[in-house]
Design a protein around this ligand. Structure first.
Ligand code: SF4
Length: 248
């Protein structure tokens, strides 16, 4: 386990200013704020991955939300997408609590790390292909550091899928050619790990029912099993609403 390596990487990511458009946006959002968060001091910087350095399961999203991760400084923390993700992780036994509201709320992930291929909040939640490619070396380094323990990864959405596959290749995994297409529930064996596709936990998917809490739990449970992580086997009857979710 290379804890110091991952900690050092996280610190370097948080200082990155490589994408002028995203630096300007993340800092402008941090200055102007959403009125309901006026008393917050926004993070306003790149958001590093969250979770233990010896994670066996990696969840790869898209990018931090302007008033979520960009405000709290932790992945999927403080926005509706995070509400859905962490509730599901808690339901299957991979998180210590079902909520994620601030970086000091005590949340712990059990053998799971959460990251994204773009570490700065983008305008309209849409990084450009150039920004995605500029940020890729951070994911490649994170994958290399996690490799000794990593056994499975869940990629949320097609953007993350397209960004993650080249990163896995650069980090030393053999990815099939042509590259496998993204689909919800797809499972691709790479050398030593299983890669899963899952619809993103954005409001666009959860509000419309394209991604239900049960669908998400099923993917997470299967991935936890592939990763050899202890998890809850039985599905639980939680709120299937998922409504009112904000895009991430
Ligand atoms: S998106 Fe990635 S590469 Fe671009 S400034 Fe943020 S951390 Fe740096």
């Amino acid at each position: 386990m290379d804890t110091s390596g991952l900690d050092a990487l996280d610190r370097r990511i948080a200082d990155c200013r490589a994408c002028p458009r995203l630096v300007a946006w993340r800092e402008e959002v941090a200055r102007t704020k959403r009125p309901s968060f006026a008393d917050w001091t926004y993070w306003g910087r790149p958001v590093p991955g969250f979770g233990p350095a010896d994670a066996r399961l990696l969840i790869i999203g898209l990018a931090p939300a302007a008033h979520g991760g960009n405000r709290t400084g932790r992945m999927f923390t403080g926005d509706r997408s995070g509400d859905v993700l962490y509730q599901a992780l808690y339901d299957v036994g991979l998180a210590s609590q079902p909520t994620s509201v601030s970086a000091d709320d005590g949340l712990r992930l059990h053998g799971v790390r959460v990251t994204s291929p773009v570490h700065c909040a983008p305008p309209a939640n849409k990084p450009t292909p150039g920004e995605r490619d500029t940020c890729r070396p951070w994911l490649v380094q994170e994958l290399r550091l996690l490799r000794p323990t990593l056994r499975a990864a869940v990629v949320l959405g097609a953007f993350g899928w397209q960004a993650a596959l080249p990163a896995f290749t650069e980090a030393g995994w053999t990815v099939p050619r042509p590259r496998p297409a993204f689909a919800h529930g797809t499972r691709v064996p790479l050398d030593g790990i299983d890669l899963f596709g899952c619809f993103h936990v954005s409001q666009r998917n959860t509000f419309t029912g394209r991604l239900t809490p049960e669908m998400l739990r099923t993917v997470l449970r299967t991935a936890a099993q592939a990763a050899g992580l202890p998890h809850e086997n039985e599905d639980v009857d939680t709120d299937e609403d998922g409504g009112g979710r904000e895009a991430n």
